[in-house]
Every structure is written in C-alpha cells, then in structure tokens.
Write a protein that binds this ligand. Structure first.
Ligand SMILES: *Cc1c(COP(=O)(O)O)cnc(C)c1O
Length: 396
C-alpha cells in the first residue's frame, strides 16, 4: 500500500536536501541557558534561543512547577469547559491581564493555537482582516480558517496599510493584525502609526507580542508600552514559550467580550487539552518576577545595546532594531551557512537564515540576546564573529 507514496516522499525529501533546505536538529543535553552542552560533548554559548529573560532554567520557576506537581498533580485530562479549569489557570489569566493592562485573558496550549483560533469565531464574510506580509505562520493559518475578506500590506508599509483600509470600508468590521516584533529583521511594528490609521478608518488591532512581550518597552510590556498605547489595543496574543520561561502555552488577552466569545467558540480552546497546572504555576511566577522588579528587562536591554554597539564597531552590517534580535547581514546564502558553522566550531551557537525564510539575497545570521548572557559571554561572541568575519572577508 505504502510503496508508491514512499517513493513520492523519498523524491520530495531528496529535493529538499538538494536545495540545501533540509533541517537537521542539534541535540542538547543540558538545560536551556546561556552555556549549553550538545550531544557531541561540545559546550557552546547559545545565541539562538528565545530565552530573552533567561527564565528557561530559573530556579524559582522550577520550584513553582515542582510545588504545583505536588499540590495539583500532573495533567488535567480535559479541555477547559468540561473539567479542565483549575485555580492556577484562572490565576495565570488574571496575571496576564494585569501585566498587559487588559480586561480578560484566555489561555491556549500555544500561541500557534491562540492565533489559529482567533479570527474564525469573531469575524465572517462581511468583515475584513488586514494583515502584514511578514506575519507569523500561525496568523496566516488563522486567517485562512476565517471567511473574512483578506487584505495584505508589505511589511510595516503604512501607505499600503492605508490603501487596504480604504478598500476595506466596504466591509462591516475591520481588524488589522501584525506581529509586534518581526522575527527575521527584529524590527518593531510602528504601532503608533497603525493605531492612528485604525482610528481614522474605524478598525480594530491585533498585536502578536510573542517576540516583544518581556522584551520591548522599558518594563517589557511590549509594543503597547513602547508606543504609549498601554491598554488601548483591542487584542494581544502571545506565548509562554519565549521570554516567560520558554516551556509551552499561549494566550489571547484584550477586551472582555472578545475573550468571552473566544471561550464560547474558539476551536483550539474548546477541543484541545488544558495546560498542565505546573506550567500555569511557573507562568504565574514568571509574571510575578518581571512585575516585581525591572532587573531582567534592564539587563536584557543593556546586553542588547552593548552587543549591537560592539558588532557595529567591528564593522558588521547590523539591522537597526529595538528588539533583542540582531540580524547580522551577509546577503549570501552560502556564506551565512559557512559562517554559522565556523562560529559553532568556536563555541558560538547561532543560526544562518536564507531564502525562502528571508528574501533572496538577504541572507543573515540571527543573534538573539538574553538577560541570561554575561558581558564576558557577549565579548566571546563578538571576538568569534570578528575573527571569522575577517577570515571570510565579511569585515576588514
Ligand atoms: C513563536 C511565535 C508564535 C508561536 O508561539 P508558540 O507558543 O510556540 O506556538 C506565534 N507568533 C509569533 C509572532 C511567534 O514569534
């Protein structure tokens, strides 16, 4: 039965490999942190995790998770509306609302699910969704599941957004959706301008703060803090899988009636299991830690500024950004792979990205900074980049 399909898959897989697009996974044997060990025994400094606040192996989060295991057991064995809602879930939802200055929050197993289940319950064929061209795959999939009229504008292009909004006056309700930080360039959405246009053309806004929550804004409240729009955006989605401990879980937070409707109709919420109590407990702890002090956010911002300045001084072509993502532009695909491999040999773990993940001729290495990095580790990274950059003729 399988043989025809097997041949088909083998051919496809081979063409993926020949195109140089086959993804191999590196196996890590230590906890996720700045210095990690891989299964070859090599110790490397990790500059490609979404561990922005260094909480992935935080002792207080681990302790909170362990305590919840003892007090609340392992799994919920249910979706939320049958018998999968615990006190810790409600407490985490309240913490997230408080953090973002919103009215209510709904938890999902991931932000992929939050975005996947966002649009279809709220909008129908009479409505419009206006989406940034570089939005995350989960937003694209979520929009596909919804019958609303679709409009797309080039990344952060406010003129194109305005054109879309003009056309979308033909529809009943308009929803603009954008990432807060775009993961490949690390650029921040010009949310002040989006907000202005939304007001002018009677539209609502969704910001996906997955790469910006905990990172952007003085206290890490995300793009709404950066642009003084705290509490003014209708819908924010986000993940617990990046700055907030990096385990699993996502959320949608915003206006009360919107969250209420999602609890009634959002399919990944209604038909998928509730997150384990230990994850909720550790999530509560993560939000407590970063609400109580600004230590980690300050350290992340200091680390990011330090690293960017050093890399620029070394002569690298760095995309300007207010996020913790530093795109080191190399433009050539092969060079990006060669450079990443040589950096790994020197104990610096970073990833090279090239077409189709980024546009043709815009290959780069993406460096992600963390509050978990120490200055000496940032220096080690810059030294390795400089040595290999010179060796490969990227800098002089
Ligand atoms: C990482 C990411 C997601 C997915 O989050 P998960 O919780 O890992 O599913 C969604 N949107 C954006 C913008 C992301 O960066």
């Amino acid at each position: 039965m399988y043989s025809d399909f097997q041949k088909h898959l083998q051919t496809e897989l081979q063409s993926i490999e020949e195109a140089g697009l086959y993804k191999n996974e590196r196996i890590i044997t230590s906890p996720q942190q700045a210095a990690i060990r891989v299964n070859t025994g090599q110790e490397v400094l990790n500059f490609c995790a979404n561990n922005y606040l260094g909480l992935s192996n935080n002792k207080e989060l681990i302790e909170a998770a362990k305590k919840a295991l003892d007090s609340h057991g392992y799994g919920m064995s249910s979706v939320r509306f049958i018998c999968g809602t615990g006190d810790l879930h409600k407490e985490l939802e309240a913490k997230i609302s408080e953090f973002f200055g919103t009215e209510d929050t709904i938890l999902y197993a991931s932000c992929f699910d939050a975005n996947g289940g966002l649009f279809e319950p709220l909008l129908d064929a009479q409505d419009a969704i206006i989406s940034d061209s570089l939005n995350h795959a989960s937003i694209i999939d979520g929009v596909r599941l919804c019958k609303a009229q679709r409009y797309r504008y080039a990344n952060a292009d406010m003129e194109e957004l305005e054109e879309c909004l003009k056309k979308a006056q033909a529809q009943r309700h308009r929803l603009i959706v954008t990432d807060g930080v775009f993961s490949m360039d690390g650029n921040v959405v010009p949310l002040d301008k989006v907000y202005e246009l939304a007001n002018k053309y009677n539209a609502m806004i969704v910001v996906d703060e997955s790469h910006s929550a905990g990172v952007v804004g003085r206290t890490g409240r995300g793009t709404t803090e950066l642009f003084n729009l705290f509490g003014k955006i209708e819908i924010i989605t986000g993940t617990l899988g990046k700055a907030f401990g990096g385990a699993i879980g996502g959320f949608t937070t915003g206006r009360r009636e919107i969250i209420d409707m999602l609890r009634q109709r959002s399919r990944p919420y209604l038909f998928s299991n509730s997150i384990p109590p230990m994850i909720a407990a550790a999530g509560i702890k993560a939000f407590e830690i970063i609400s109580e002090t600004n230590e980690l956010q300050d350290k992340l911002h200091a680390n990011t500024n330090y690293f960017m300045a050093k890399m620029q001084a070394a002569g690298f072509d760095i995309k300007p950004t207010q996020s913790a993502i530093c795109a080191v532009m190399l433009y050539d695909a092969k060079l990006s792979q060669e450079m990443a491999a040589k950096l790994l040999d020197k104990g610096i773990y970073v990833t090279g990205f090239y077409y189709p993940v980024v546009p043709k001729g815009e290959a780069r290495i993406r460096v992600q900074l963390s509050a978990g990095h120490e200055i000496t580790q940032l220096d080690q990274c810059v030294v390795a980049f400089t040595e290999i950059g010179r060796e490969l003729g990227v800098i002089s």
